[in-house]
Design a protein around this ligand. Structure first.
Ligand SMILES: Cc1cc2nc3c(=O)[nH]c(=O)nc-3n(C[C@H](O)[C@H](O)[C@H](O)COP(=O)(O)O)c2cc1C
Length: 253
């Protein structure tokens, strides 16, 4: 297997680069690794009838790799510009377009990826405010459109006064790198999620009606009949709404 690290950062040897290097260092032999530093590649979007040769070179590297590790710091609350520009310029190569302009996974379908970002914000600030959310979300959106399967994401918060990455973080990165070769299958837990939803509604309804019962708002004789019918009706309605918004609605666009 080949693991390709893609670094989109101002600094070639900065903290994000070191996190990427630690992940790749964890990849066991005989698997191979390669890192590309996007600042070294002066690509442009393809023009009609004229494909960009630098993008050709990068596309070949992407094609020959099984796992991509995309690493970019968080700038202005979003994905660093060079990585975003790379994903933007690669758009026409990452997906196939139908006659209505809709995008579909193409030749990179079922490859795997991992994402890494870093930020000045501390662990607690990032946990509360989600400073790095947009960076991960942008990568996930593009990768999902291209049909790639996510393995993991890794964040390095608190980089403001950091001159050396903590050992524990580096070893976490290496451990993740070691796992990159055991790729997960596409996540299709729809049935499991509907069962979980049913259990959540059953528990919450039981607690709610239990409280009502304690305060004599429900008569003892009708408790179980009311409870079972409430859970079933509420579950069917909620599952239908969720199905519409998450499955049916997407297909229309
Ligand atoms: C242009 C720019 C914008 C930044 N914006 C943010 C930000 O919005 N939030 C944040 O926590 N850190 C921000 N940072 C800090 C970077 O995330 C930080 O420089 C990075 O974690 C360091 O990684 P590096 O050593 O690989 O460059 C910004 C840095 C730069 C250069």
């Amino acid at each position: 297997m080949k693991i390709l690290g893609i670094l989109g950062a101002h600094k070639q040897t900065g903290l994000t680069a070191q996190m990427l290097a630690a992940v790749l260092a964890g990849v066991p032999t005989p698997h191979t690794v390669e890192t590309i530093y996007l600042e070294d590649y002066h690509f442009q979007p393809d023009q009609v009838g004229q494909r960009d040769p630098v993008l050709d070179e990068l596309t070949a590297k992407l094609l020959e790799s099984d796992v991509w590790v995309l690493a970019a710091p968080t700038y202005w609350g979003g994905l660093a510009g060079k990585m975003k520009d790379f994903l933007d310029c690669m758009r026409g190569r990452l997906v196939r377009f139908d006659h209505k302009g809709g995008t579909h996974p193409d030749r990179f379908k079922n490859k795997h990826y991992m994402s890494i970002t870093s930020c000045y914000a501390s662990t607690i600030e990032n946990w509360v405010t989600g400073v790095t959310d947009n960076s991960f979300r942008t990568i996930d959106k593009v990768m999902s459109a291209a049909g790639l399967i996510k393995i993991k994401e890794l964040v390095l918060p608190g980089t403001l006064l950091m001159d050396k990455i903590p050992e524990q973080k580096l070893s976490q990165a290496q451990q993740l790198g070691a796992k990159l070769i055991t790729k997960p299958k596409r996540d299709d837990n729809t049935m499991k999620r509907y069962i979980e939803l049913f259990c959540m509604i059953a528990v919450m309804a039981f607690l709610t009606m239990g409280i009502q019962f304690l305060f004599h708002l429900i008569t003892p004789g009708t408790f179980w009949l009311t409870y079972i019918t409430f859970v079933l009706i509420f579950y069917v309605l909620l599952a239908s709404i969720l199905h519409f918004f998450t499955v049916v609605k997407h297909r229309r666009r």
